[in-house]
Design a protein around this ligand. Structure first.
Ligand code: ADP
Length: 150
């Protein structure tokens, strides 16, 4: 059976932290779907189409990686995509506490296993919100994002 993982997130924008998790997860799965969640109530800095293109360009050479967008429950999207795993990155205890609840809820709603990778020390300080803060204030965030976002 194809081992397929969903990596859900806002990716507003994708950072070197996300890249690190995805690349380290590649040997674990046959396919990884990077799933951009669309929440009508949430305000994003980067338009959805740009967020999708940044990721597609960054993973152009990776046949095992695809990029999709979805609305609604992540667990439902896993089912629709036949993904048995949800991949998430954990930077610190705050991430862990948040992820634990979501993972337990997802396991209850649907038979989906969450797999966590601990952030690499070199990028554990990186977040999309820091990139947005720097961008908003006209700073240079090029060291925190893949080439395609620059
Ligand atoms: P969300 O809004 O769902 O948290 P994000 O796009 O911010 O979406 O993050 C998606 C996933 O990537 C989450 O699991 C998050 O913890 C993880 N992540 C984000 N930045 C890093 C990083 N620097 N190192 C490891 N994991 C990260």
């Amino acid at each position: 059976m194809t081992k397929r993982a969903l990596f859900p997130g806002s990716f507003d924008p994708i950072t070197i932290g996300h890249l690190d998790i995805i690349k380290r997860a590649l040997p674990l799965f046959d396919e990884i779907i990077i799933a951009i969640g669309v929440n009508a109530e949430k305000k994003y800095m980067f338009p959805l189409e740009d967020r999708k293109h940044f990721i597609e360009d960054a993973f152009e050479e990776y046949d095992a990686v695809t990029v999709k967008t979805y609305k609604g429950l992540t667990a439902d999207f896993c089912k629709a995509e036949n993904a048995q795993y949800i991949l998430r990155g954990v930077r610190n205890t705050a991430d862990f506490t948040y992820e634990q609840t979501i993972a337990q809820a997802n396991a209850e709603v649907m038979d989906v296993e969450s797999v966590f990778l601990v952030a690499s020390p070199a990028v554990s300080h990186v977040s999309s919100s820091i990139v947005r803060d720097i961008a908003r204030n006209g700073g240079d965030y090029s060291g925190l994002v893949p080439f395609e976002v620059k």
